[in-house]
Design a protein around this ligand. Structure first.
Ligand SMILES: Nc1ncnc2c1ncn2[C@@H]1O[C@H](COP(=O)(O)OP(=O)(O)O)[C@@H](O)[C@H]1O
Ligand SMILES: [Mg+2]
Length: 211
């Protein structure tokens, strides 16, 4: 069973977009996929509800309830855990006995980089991460590769204590698809395919990490 945690100290950096897209990707592949939503705002859960009619539906689990781990069906192939803004390093540490991988989305802005760096350093210093029991990486999100701001942000991110696993571009496709309970993996148009390709290094990394 693949278990991935998406977390950040920052809000609005793309945690739910990342969580719903990873879940959709595995569900479209035919895997039994569960999305645990630890955020009281319940965006991931609402997305699952909007998706309920599709063959590649994703099972939502309320992660704000204490016993959420017991609610995961034994037949699940993938479990994606979405978390609220302002996760502390202790919050993440408390989930490391459960997950195989941690992903931290980062936006290309000085405020985001500044706020995330200490969080990332602390996550990299956690025992299970240092010992390689759990893999952890950064996902550059909402990048506009042709801008200096994005190029600068990527250079900065590469100095962080965790590797940059993927670079997702800024596109309204994410906003439109998630609003419909879908993801870019549910579409096949040429324009969408190039954005699906942005995910390849991340999907490969999760596979290779044995996660
Ligand atoms: N790559 C992207 N391109 C365009 N919009 C994005 C992208 N990633 C996230 N968004 C949008 O940014 C906003 C915040 O993303 P969200 O996933 O809700 O962040 P979080 O869960 O970290 O608060 C949402 O409106 C979402 O649709
Ligand atoms: Mg969210």
């Amino acid at each position: 069973m693949l278990k991935v945690l998406i977390a950040s100290c920052k809000g609005g950096c793309g945690k739910t977009t990342l969580a719903t897209h990873l879940a959709a990707h595995y569900a479209v592949e035919g895997k039994n996929t569960v999305l645990v939503d630890c955020d009281r705002l319940a965006s991931s859960r609402h997305w699952c509800e909007r998706r309920a009619g599709l063959a590649s539906a994703v099972l939502p689990i309320d992660g704000t309830r204490r016993n959420w781990r017991e609610r995961i069906p034994s037949g699940a192939d993938c479990v994606i855990v979405d978390t609220p803004a302002g996760a502390s390093v202790d919050d993440v540490d408390g989930l490391l006995d459960f997950v195989d991988a941690v992903l931290i989305p980062v936006l290309p802005s000085p405020f985001d980089l500044e706020a995330c760096r200490p969080f990332v350093e602390s996550i990299a210093g956690l025992s299970r991460i240092k010992r390689g029991k759990v893999v952890a990486g950064l996902v550059g999100n909402r990048l506009r590769p042709w801008t200096q701001a994005s190029q600068f942000a990527l250079e900065e991110m590469r100095q962080f204590a965790l590797p940059v696993i993927a670079q997702l571009r800024d596109t309204q496709g994410y906003v439109v698809a998630t609003g419909l309970g879908k993801s870019l993996f549910d579409y096949h148009a040429e324009a969408v395919r190039s954005h699906q390709d942005d995910w390849k290094p991340l999907l490969k990394w999760l596979k290779k990490s044995g996660a």
